[in-house]
Each structure stands twice: as C-alpha cells, then as structure tokens.
Design a protein around this ligand. Structure first.
Ligand code: F6R
Length: 369
C-alpha cells in the first residue's frame, strides 16, 4: 500500500503534483475564471465580507499565514491568522460580515473545532478548508472547500499542506473575482499560473537527489535555522516544523528582517541556515534585502543553504548549497519552495534512524484541546 516507497511520507511527497492538480480540477472554467459553486456562501454575501479570520494549527496554520498575503493582496480585505488554540480565549472581534476560514487536514482537530464553534456563536460565517469528507469540521461549518489530496497517512503533513495552499489561493482569487478588485488582470494571470503549478512541483521532485545528500551530511548536527521574507517566512516556519517533528532537531524559522533584532546571535561557525529567496522579478526590493541577509550570516560563518528561483544569479556567490526551484509568481512560490524542505526533513530523519511515518509523541489527528 506504500506503492513501492519505504514510507508513506515519501509516497505522499511524490503524490503532490497529482494532489495539487486534483484540488484545482473542475474549479477553473474554460474562460480561465473560477467556479466554486460548492461553496454554499452566495457571491452577494462574499461581497459583504469586511474581514477574514483564519484559524488553524501546526502546518495548516502555516498555510493560513501564506493565505493572508494572498487574500490581502488580491482582495484588499483585512485578514488575520490565528492559532486555533489561542483564538477563543482572547475574546476575538467577530461579526456577521467576518468570514472565518478554518483549515484542517483531518477535520477533527479539537482546537480548530472549538475555534469555529466560537465564531459561529458570534454570528460569523465559517468556511472550512478540509481534506476529509464528512468529518466534523466541515459538518459544523457553513461551507466547505475540500482539498482533494487523498488520504494522508504519514503523521507529518505534506500533500495536505500543498493542497491547503491551493484551496487558500482559490478562496482568495474567488473573493477577488466576485468583488471585482483592481487586480482583475493579475487575478487572471495567476489563475493561469496556478493551472501550470503541478508540472512545476513535479520538476522540483525530479531534482531532489542533492537535497537528500545534503540532509545525510547534516545528520549529526543539533541545530538548523530557516529564514524567509514575505511568504518565504511561513515556508521557513514550515521547514523548521518538519525538521523538529521528524528529525527531533532544534530547528527554528525566522523572518529574515528579524535577524538583527536577536536571532543573529545564534549564528556561529558552521551552523546550517536554510534561506528561502523570493523571485528577483517583480518585487526586487524584497530580493535584494534577503541577499544582504545571506551575506550577513555567511560573514558570521553560517553554512548557507539557499532555495532560489532558476536564473537567480545574485545568490550564487553566497550559497554554500543552492537548491533551484522553477520561476513562479512570488505569492505562489511556497508551492514549490516547501517541497525541498519536506524532502530534507524526511531524509534527515531517516539518516538519524527515526520512524518517519510515526514520529515520537505525535498523533495524526489531535482530538483533544
Ligand atoms: C505537522 C502536522 C500538524 C498538523 C496539525 C493540524 O506536520 O501534521 O502540525 O498540521 O495538527 O492538523 P489538521 O490539519 O488535521 O487540523
């Protein structure tokens, strides 16, 4: 049932191009517009939404962090992202025009369920993004957008994460489409790019051997740090989470701009630092900033592992290891940039002799608060 793979996690990483394509299937029409009829929240209601609040845990929370960038950019609706376990305890401001989005692979995570119940009690509409048909979270929500990743068996989330991202982009783009924001042309262009993304994820998967080799060479380390900016920041958090849960290593993700406010003190000779570099096209300011961050940490002895777009030559002089990903619009980059981090964590865990599919102390769905 592992389809020839040693672990479910490897199988699920390999299934990502199909999972991503399946989540898009039937949701983009021939004219390149989105059709989300299944949503059960009317376009009229969506036009009234004046705030989006995303609640989720763990990896799903990281998908939510990325969604915020997309939603605010494409729709200009303010968006908050909150850990589901914190949400209802801080008396959040919710109203009928607040759209709450609950993201959950299993659909059974108690923290997320309690957060959405609280939101509905306050009169907000809840949209679930979920991978498990008929599970509790979609049943208790006003609407659901299923991710079609197929069953995810490994405890560490991989294909569910990528499909959660796709679903979040669909929600963001759909909100943009029904509200007719000034980004109309960009929205159409992004929908076209999204339709190509499965092939790009496949391309990344085909070039992972050097990443596996690198991971094996780091098996005796204690710490790996991850840096990113913009949507690369949640990608860094996700890379660190995967490494913690699978390799049991101290791994931490930072916003690269925060380095000088503290974390740079952690940099010492030889410490591996993975840096997620945004596309040099478009927002070049963002790119320039991160290139100087790489220079800063390398000058202090870090061993730099750089994830950068094909053709980005500016990073080459400062990268001890360079991992290439296909060119994508910045907001979509997490779909390709996360894949090497999954492979990295999986291989490192294996090299350390850990049980990849069943990490210690963890359960696939967390049904207690
Ligand atoms: C990490 C992981 C967890 C889950 C989290 C939420 O790899 O799998 O962090 O993402 O427990 O689970 P769901 O999405 O089922 O609500």
């Amino acid at each position: 049932e592992k389809g020839g793979y040693d672990y479910f996690m490897l199988k699920e990483i390999a299934e990502q191009p199909k999972a991503v394509a399946d989540t898009l299937l039937g949701r983009i029409d021939a004219a390149g517009s989105l059709t989300l009829d299944e949503l059960r929240i009317s376009d009229a209601e969506l036009r009234e939404v004046d705030k989006v609040v995303i609640v989720a845990c763990g990896t799903a929370f990281h998908a939510g962090l990325i969604a915020k960038y997309a939603i605010e950019h494409w729709t200009r609706i303010p968006c908050e992202v909150e850990l589901a376990s914190e949400f209802r305890y801080r008396d959040p401001i919710l109203a009928a025009r607040t759209l709450v989005v609950a993201i959950s692979q299993s659909g059974e995570t108690m923290d997320t369920l309690m957060a959405l119940r609280h939101a509905r009690e306050q009169g907000s509409k809840v949209l679930a993004i979920c991978n498990t048909n008929g599970s509790t979270i979609p049943r208790e929500s006003d609407a659901v957008l299923y991710t079609h990743a197929g069953p995810e068996i490994a405890v560490a989330s991989t294909k569910a994460f990528l499909t959660q991202l796709v679903a979040c982009y669909l929600v963001a783009l759909y909100l943009g489409q029904v509200r007719g924001t000034k980004w109309g042309d960009e929205i159409h262009a992004v929908i076209r790019e999204l339709a190509q993304i499965a092939g790009q994820v496949e391309q990344v998967l085909e070039t992972m051997e050097p990443v596996r080799e690198l991971a094996r060479s780091l098996a005796d380390r204690n710490t790996v740090l991850f840096l990113g900016r913009h949507v690369g920041y949640p990608v860094a958090l996700e890379g660190a989470l995967k490494l913690k849960e699978l390799a049991y290593m101290h791994a931490e993700g930072f916003a690269a701009g925060e380095l000088k406010h503290g974390p740079i003190a952690l940099i010492e000779k030889g410490v591996p630092v993975v840096v997620v570099v945004p596309s040099p096209r478009g927002r070049s300011v963002l790119h320039d900033k991160i290139v100087s961050n790489i220079q800063e940490i390398r000058a202090r002895g870090a061993r730099t592992i750089v994830i950068a777009e094909v053709g980005d030559e500016a990073v080459v002089p400062y990268a001890d290891h360079l991992i290439r990903v296909p060119a994508t619009p910045t907001l979509l980059q997490p779909l390709v940039a996360t894949v090497p981090l999954q492979v990295f964590a999986c291989e490192l865990a294996t090299a350390r002799g850990n049980e990849v599919d069943q990490p210690r102390n963890l359960a696939k769905s967390v049904t207690v608060e």
